[in-house]
Design a protein around this ligand. Structure first.
Ligand SMILES: [Zn+2]
Length: 89
């Protein structure tokens, strides 16, 4: 029947927001199908593209600064919150 085009849609039919999709990607929890979908989605979704770009930049920056591979999750969350606020306004 109707197969969901968006691989992020949950079993109960809930469609995640752009930000939720982005978080799955950045947390490394998205599967290959979701990653492909999201990359295509970014091409026509400016908020996603902007925040993805920003988030990657921030993570890279933090990696360099913290000289390790783990970035404190609270910090990343704080930054993400800030970004979504910026996007909403
Ligand atoms: Zn989007």
């Amino acid at each position: 029947m109707t197969k969901p085009l968006n691989p992020f849609i949950l079993a109960d039919g809930t469609k995640p927001s752009c930000m939720e999709m982005l978080q799955l990607i950045l947390d490394g929890q998205a599967n290959a199908e979701q990653q492909v979908y999201f990359k295509a989605h970014m091409d026509h979704c400016l908020p996603c593209f902007k925040s993805y770009d920003l988030d990657i930049t921030i993570k890279e920056l933090l990696k360099t600064r913290c000289c390790g591979d783990s970035v404190p999750n609270e910090l990343v969350d704080q930054i993400k919150t800030q970004i979504s606020k910026n996007l909403a306004s």
